[in-house]
Design a protein around this ligand. Structure first.
Ligand code: AMP
Length: 554
């Protein structure tokens, strides 16, 4: 029996209505168990909020404007529209109510496969006009409840409380599958819909990497020092620099090349040099590695690489100013051979045999023994302004998506700054009713003035947040409702990944990933860090530096 969008919408509502995870899993499992083939793939994907398969470069490009146009065509006046909007605050619910008010009835029950066909047509449509009319045609075929479901899907607002883990559980329940097999298939295929289809056919064991479908990248576990690394990995350790770029998986088959980011997005178009370089490789491969901005033998700071991000097709001047290369450290598939379970030693030997090209380099690898030797490499990496090292177990398999103990990362300790709180905001969700979000600043050298360098909301205990809220209310200078400025009295130590130039704050800098490390009750405000120290930290990172890379000889 063909599944309809209405059935999907009703099931999604029931799943959203319960807070019990078990009940969510049960409801989803019951629904999925009735489906098969393409419908099962599509329904599973829709429940997780996806429209196209993971790694598929297609997008819908239907924004609020298209929905706005459909809404305005319903003949409801603007004041009423905004009243309805305020009473929902969610585009799907708003859209549904507008259609109900307008007496929109829709046609016969739309099937899931027909919805997929509409999405494909939308993604292929040229121009906003064509998309709006396709969207109108789609909505004309459905009633308000299905329209609401479709709007949520298109706007990425599914929010029915189904995390990936729960959908995996539902697949286990629906098809009596092995949990371990379901999660392994998920790591390889990256798409719960495909996993569900294999589970239904009882062929999960056949899950294998596919060309141009990104696998989840293997992750590294942080360790405190060399001794811990040796204790975990054994005496022989493979050491590579920790590169400061963008993690990418490279698929090359025949004349086609694709690059996928860590979050499995297709980023091929951003790095044409890498695509050209990979086309020259001798064999079809799936590589793991990193795109780096690299010029005159030095790795450019991450900030330079950022100028290359998000540009669909970089122009010649950008490519000349910030040239990129791909540094590979792993080989997951070669021709038709899947190498995930082969030891790193074998994968690396094959990678070396593949050879470097103009734009495809190899991670520089050294085999070392014992903690003292690892320490030396680490000190050396730090001296080259590198963030740290990756330490790998030469006999280990490649485990997609796992943060296991076969790859470890040894990073320099996090920088910290002593700062003072200068503003605060009310929190959301669990933090409603407390001033949990604080803006903090440093002192401008030689003055009593403070300028903001960041905002943080994590790191304190609930009791500390409650205490701080009382104090913040006492020291408020101006209350603007949502945000208040406060007298600079509360000193915090904040830890962060890096200092970056930023136009957001008057200081000209912003901390990247700040976390509150301590509330420093004992430290006087006169002794906090100053703007010149922030500047120093920013400049120290903002230089091209040497990373060990094996590039092709000229
Ligand atoms: P982190 O971002 O601090 O969690 O560190 C892990 C990341 O380091 C990985 O996701 C990679 O993007 C990156 N990385 C840099 N160099 C390497 C390397 N040689 N091997 C594996 N991962 C690396």
């Amino acid at each position: 029996m063909a599944a309809t969008v209405l059935e999907l919408a009703r099931t999604a509502d029931r799943i959203a209505a319960t807070t019990s995870k078990r009940e969510k899993v049960r409801l989803l499992a019951e629904f999925l168990a009735r489906l098969e083939g393409d419908e099962l793939v599509l329904a599973t994907r829709y429940f997780t909020g996806g429209v196209f398969p993971v790694g598929d470069p297609r997008t819908l490009s239907v924004g609020g404007a298209a929905f706005g146009e459909l809404v305005r065509a319903q003949g409801i006046d603007d004041a009423e529209l905004s009243r309805i909007w305020r009473s929902h605050g969610d585009s799907g619910d708003w859209f549904r109510e507008v259609l109900v008010r307008a007496g929109h009835s829709g046609g016969s029950a739309l099937g899931v496969a027909e919805l997929d066909a509409s999405f494909k047509a939308l993604s292929g449509a040229g121009g906003a006009k064509a998309r709006t009319s396709l969207l109108r045609a789609l909505i004309d075929r459905v009633g308000p409840d299905e329209a609401r479901f479709i709007a949520k899907l298109i706007n990425g607002e599914m929010r029915i409380g189904l995390r990936e883990g729960l959908v995996e559980e539902a697949i286990v329940v629906a098809f009596e599958a092995e949990p371990a097999q379901v999660s392994r298939a998920m790591m390889l295929l990256g798409d719960l819909g495909e996993v569900a289809a294999l589970a239904a056919k009882r062929t999960l064991h056949e899950a294998a990497p596919r060309w141009f479908v990104p696998l989840r990248p293997m992750l590294a576990t942080p360790v405190a020092d060399a001794a811990e690394a040796i204790a975990r990995l054994g005496d022989e350790v493979w050491v590579e620099d920790k590169y400061d770029g963008i993690r990418c998986q490279l698929h090359r088959r025949g004349g086609r090349v694709a690059l996928f980011s860590r979050d499995l997005k297709d980023v091929t178009a951003q790095f044409p040099e890498v695509t050209l370089g990979a086309a020259l490789l001798a064999r079809d491969v799936i590589l793991d590695g990193e795109v780096l901005a690299f010029r005159d033998g030095l790795v450019m700071p991450f900030r330079s690489l950022q100028t290359r991000l998000g540009r669909v097709a970089p122009d010649a001047s950008v490519m000349e100013a910030v040239p990129v290369i791909y540094v590979a450290w792993d080989l997951l598939v070669e021709e038709e051979t899947v190498l995930l379970d082969a030891p790193l030693r074998e994968r690396r030997a094959r990678l070396e045999a593949l050879g470097a090209t103009d734009r495809i380099a190899l991670a520089h690898l050294e085999s070392v023994r014992g903690a003292a030797e690892v320490d030396r490499r680490f000190a050396d990496a730090r001296a080259r302004l590198n963030e740290g090292l990756l330490l790998k177990q030469p006999g280990s398999p490649y485990t997609p998506g796992r943060r296991g103990m076969n790859w470890l990362k040894l990073k320099r300790p996090m920088d910290t700054l002593d700062v003072v709180v200068i503003g605060a905001e009310w929190g959301h969700g669990k933090r409603r009713g407390v001033l949990s979000d604080v803006t903090f600043g440093v002192r401008v050298d030689g003055t009593d003035e403070h300028v903001a360098v960041g905002k943080a909301y994590s790191g304190l205990t609930d009791a500390e947040i409650a205490d701080m809220t009382k104090l913040l209310l006492d020291i408020t200078i101006t209350d603007r409702g949502h945000y208040r400025t406060v007298r600079p009295e509360i000193v915090l130590e904040v830890a962060f990944d890096a200092v970056q130039p930023s136009s957001r704050h008057r200081s000209g800098y912003a901390l990247r990933f700040p976390r509150i490390a301590h509330w420093r009750h004992e430290k006087p405000v006169s002794e906090i860090d100053t703007l010149s120290r922030v500047r120093q930290l920013a400049e120290a990172r903002d230089v091209a530096h040497e990373q060990r890379i094996d590039v092709a000889a000229d």
